[in-house]
Write a protein that binds this ligand. Structure first.
Ligand SMILES: C[S@@+](CC[C@H](N)C(=O)[O-])C[C@H]1O[C@@H](n2cnc3c(N)ncnc32)[C@H](O)[C@@H]1O
Length: 209
């Protein structure tokens, strides 16, 4: 399976439409968390099976992973989990997604692809335009989590989000994780690998003001 796909490829211009929340979740009124670049979705399965007061929506650009995850959701009849295939930026900038974003309580960007070469920085998922869209649609109090083991990527993402005047960095130590989308502190697959390899993890939390 290809590990990296170019999100700017024309293959991803056409996007999957996200149905309304009523169509995709058993109870559309629950808190909604969005995980961007969710890969196989293992992390979201862990979360959804334990936290039934939250709905979870995963977006992933590798189609085969999404197909398998969708199948697993159907087989296990999980009512608070949904996966969407495509470039998250193209999906979420669609006006029809405004309603979804207005209902989102939190968004995670866990270990996004680093795209180390400078000429490829534009392929990184966090870009000023994307953050601008989120800042316009998210409600006040919504939260963005970023996490990576690449310091340079962390600085890049932090600079973009902090430059948007609608987001404020909050101290991790002041954050009440027990009320968050991940009260059990589940780890993503990439995070487990990073921990085993004793690498540093850089993370930040931002709140929409
Ligand atoms: C390094 S992996 C991390 C996966 C997972 N979040 C974790 O922590 O284990 C980054 C994931 O983001 C996906 N991805 C990259 N760019 C994307 C985009 N523009 N939209 C949606 N998914 C994207 C990749 O296909 C990949 O599965």
């Amino acid at each position: 399976m290809r590990q990296h796909v170019n999100p700017l490829s024309r293959n991803f211009n056409k996007t999957e439409r996200i149905p309304s929340l009523i169509e995709i979740f058993g109870d559309s009124k629950l808190n909604l968390h969005l995980d961007i670049g969710c890969a196989s979705g293992d992390f979201l399965f862990d979360l959804a099976l334990v936290n039934n007061s939250w709905n979870y929506l995963g977006i992933e650009i590798r189609e085969r992973l999404v197909k398998t995850a969708k199948l697993k959701v159907r087989e296990r009849e999980i009512k608070n989990l949904y996966f969407v295939f495509g470039n998250a930026y193209n999906i979420l900038r669609d006006v029809q997604c405004k309603v979804i974003l207005e209902n989102v309580k939190s968004i995670s960007f866990n270990f996004p692809d680093p795209w180390f070469k400078k000429k490829h920085y534009k392929r990184r998922i966090i870009q000023p335009d994307f953050i601008n869209i989120l800042s316009k649609s998210l409600r006040r109090g919504s939260v963005i989590f970023i996490k990576t083991d690449v310091k340079e990527l962390f600085d890049y993402m932090d600079c973009i989000i902090s430059s948007n005047l609608n987001f404020e960095n909050i101290d991790k130590n002041d954050f009440n994780y027990s009320k968050s989308y991940n009260p059990n502190n589940f780890k993503t697959n990439r995070e487990k690998l990073v921990i085993v390899n004793k690498l540093d993890i850089f993370e930040s939390i931002y709140i929409k003001t």
